[in-house]
Ligand binder design. Structure first.
Ligand SMILES: [Zn+2]
Length: 342
């Protein structure tokens, strides 16, 4: 089946109380790892690419790899999402390149660094919604700013500073109403990258109560958790065991994500955990077999390691077993849906 609009996956997840992991990719092995996991667990799939990933892989490679994934897995609905579009132009080019969903991150200005005003955020999000919905494509927006930097995108806020840029639940309703976005990324104290929290997060720094409050006010809003890798110690340990030097760090516990899913979180972004799995597997091979020089010697175990992490997340988030149950709608059908709802 062709790539599907992300909205239908989120709607199904909301109707059936589960969340869908959105996994970042740059290359063939990562896409294959996600599809191995999806097949194993019978899960619907969201694959996402940042601006950095699009320039690394060239849009054309990425597009054809995604088409290959859908050809090889005709029974699995797959959405292709632009992660953190920094401007309407980025989102428009993604739609033209065949992405079925885009994120307009108007929480930051076009430089991807400076926290933006409310008016700017509303204006650019509206612009992207107008363009995307006319083509049946899903739009994710963001209110509030996350910590850290990912692929050059992010205000670089520290764990402490991020607490001053949380999503305000009293503003979320107006924002969604004014922009008509399909999903809302919320800032609850998490950061992009591996270094989210210096110690195991408590409710004071990981503000799950913000999610619960938004859900109470807007039970039909699909929320997105960014920076939601769990950064498992086992993965850090493998890297360090084979020559890496990663300091102690903590991510978002799976149990908190599951709590979020009970309160309207429908998309969970995971990148770091997969990077850690890949790096650990490659380090292990190169350290134990210093003579190895065929890239397949380390890329195969790397792909397998990532697929295990992805499969575990798919099970934890509850999307496993749902691939065949999602009611299919094409971009064309979504276009009519949006037209009718304006
Ligand atoms: Zn993000």
């Amino acid at each position: 089946m062709p790539l599907v609009p992300m909205r239908i996956l989120l709607d199904h997840a909301a109707e059936n109380d589960y969340g869908v992991g959105a996994f970042n990719v740059n290359n063939m092995e990562q896409i294959q790892a996600i599809m191995i996991a999806a097949k194993e667990t019978d899960s619907p799939v969201i694959v996402q690419a940042s601006r950095g990933a699009r320039s690394y892989s060239d849009d054309n490679y990425l597009r054809h790899l995604m088409i290959a994934a859908s050809e090889l897995n005709p029974n699995i609905p797959i959405a292709m999402h632009q992660d953190h579009g920094n401007s309407p132009a980025t989102c428009i080019s993604a739609v033209e390149m065949g992405f079925t969903s885009v994120m307009m991150d108007g929480s930051l200005e076009e430089d991807g660094k400076t926290p933006a005003s409310w008016d700017y955020n509303v204006r650019v999000t509206q612009e992207v919604v107008k363009f995307a919905h006319a083509r049946g494509v899903t739009v994710e927006a963001e209110l509030g700013c996350l910590g850290g930097i990912e692929d050059g995108q992010g205000a670089g806020l520290s764990e402490e500073e991020a607490q001053n840029h949380l999503t305000d639940p009293t503003e979320a309703g107006d924002f969604v109403e004014q922009t008509n976005c399909d999903a809302l990324a919320v800032a609850i104290g998490t950061s992009h990258g591996a270094y989210k929290f210096k110690k195991k997060p408590t409710g004071k720094v990981l503000r799950m109560d913000v999610i619960a409050e938004i859900h109470r006010r807007m039970p039909n809003c699909h929320m997105v958790m960014h920076g939601s890798s769990s950064v498992p110690k086992e993965l850090i340990d493998i890297i360090n065991q084979y020559g890496g030097e990663m300091p102690e760090t903590y991510g978002v516990p799976i149990s908190d994500i599951q709590e979020g899913i009970k309160h309207g979180v429908r998309k969970i972004n995971v990148d770091t955990d997969n990077r850690l799995a890949i790096t650990g597997a490659i380090r292990k091979v190169l350290s134990l077999e210093p003579g190895a020089f065929d890239p397949r010697d380390y890329l195969k175990p790397a792909r397998l390691a990532m697929s295990k992490v992805v499969a575990a997340r798919m099970v934890s988030f509850g999307q496993a077993g749902n691939a065949g149950k999602v009611e299919m709608k094409s971009l064309e059908e979504m276009k009519s849906y949006y037209l009718a709802s304006v």
